[in-house]
Design a protein around this ligand. Structure first.
Ligand code: C5P
Length: 321
């Protein structure tokens, strides 16, 4: 019997990028947050061999470069199973990037495949395979609000934040993640010792800011009056949590800075680039504000959708269709 799994998106609430490590990856710190926005992955296994990817969206690769293909291959080898696997991807998430759609699709494939084969990989093996396929995969084994360390693959579940209204804007720009990392290295090399925003500083500053923000919000003691979600957003701004990629991606694609400005003008409490982009998001105190903002962006010709953040309990409950 085929199995369908919802593959939710994520945003980054802040992204501090440290120095390039010996393995070529960059040390980073981030807070991942899953969203209700999702694709649906359907997996079927029959007699035979091979992996087939089906997707109506021509931008989604159907070969071994697809993260779903790569994870299915690894899962089958780990389980020492054989079969002909067909993975159907129902794409709702933008392919542009920043929401980790491909990474989320891969983790959904792993879960669906386990269920079809009526077997489960040990948690540690799931994590190993996910991290091998990409830095952004392990967070989807947890869902909700997640602290990301290492190259992003080292994940720790944080207590869930309340549900927050969100607008996801996806300008038609393709940002290459490796290129964004390289440009950040070059930018810092040029700046030299003149700025205090070097790789090690940004990491330790993120730790302090995230602690300050989470300590205030998770202790349930609002720093200012009002609704809990609104308080949390105001505290997020005040803690100064930012995405380091904005520094190199905005000068390269000024239209993305413009979309951030539009989000800020549309009553969002907090707006940011997600990952290396091109997706940007705005967070709002109320769903009506998010709906209005998404509409205003669409009127300006920018692809935008209103959604909400998805906590861990909802994430785990709603995964299987
Ligand atoms: O792990 P993932 O496949 O998402 O990484 C894609 C590319 O992004 C890597 O090959 C590397 O160039 C860059 N990257 C990095 N530091 C990270 C994550 C990714 O330099 N922490």
């Amino acid at each position: 019997m085929p199995v369908s799994v919802r593959s939710f998106a994520k945003i980054n609430l802040g992204l501090a990028i440290g120095a390039k490590r010996d393995d070529g990856f960059h040390e980073l710190r981030t807070i991942y947050q899953t969203l209700a926005l999702h694709d649906v992955i359907r997996v079927d296994v029959s007699r035979g061999t091979g992996i087939e990817i089906r997707c109506k969206d021509a931008r989604v690769p159907a070969d071994e470069s697809n993260t779903c293909w790569r994870i299915a291959d690894r899962v089958m080898r780990s389980l020492k199973q054989r079969g002909k696997i067909v993975i159907s991807i129902e794409k709702n998430l933008p392919v542009q990037g920043g929401l980790a759609g491909g990474s989320s699709n891969a983790v959904a494939t792993m879960l669906a495949l386990e269920r079809v084969l009526r077997t489960e990989l040990p948690a540690r093996e799931r994590l190993r395979i996910a991290a091998e396929v990409g830095s952004d995969l392990p967070l989807f084994l947890l869902g909700g609000t997640v602290l990301g360390c290492g190259r992003g693959e080292e994940v720790y579940p944080l207590p869930d934040l309340p549900c927050i209204a969100c607008v996801v804007a996806t300008p038609e720009v393709g940002v290459s993640t490796p290129d964004a990392f390289r440009r950040l290295d070059e930018f810092r090399a040029q700046e030299g010792e003149l700025t205090p925003e070097g790789p090690s500083n940004t990491i330790s500053e993120f730790g302090r800011s995230a602690f300050e923000w989470l300590n205030g919000t998770l202790s349930g003691v609002p720093a200012v009056g009002g609704d809990r979600a609104e308080t949390l957003l105001l505290d997020l701004v005040r803690a100064g949590i930012e995405n380091d990629f904005e520094r190199v991606v905005f000068p390269l694609y000024p239209e993305l800075r413009e979309v951030k400005r539009l989000l800020e003008k549309s009553n969002s409490s907090y707006a940011s680039l997600s990952g290396s982009g091109a997706t940007l998001y705005g967070l709002y105190g109320h769903s009506e504000q998010a709906e209005e903002a998404a509409q205003a962006l669409r009127s300006a010709g920018i692809c935008a959708r209103a959604t909400v953040t998805l906590g861990r309990a909802g994430y785990l409950e709603q995964r299987f269709v």
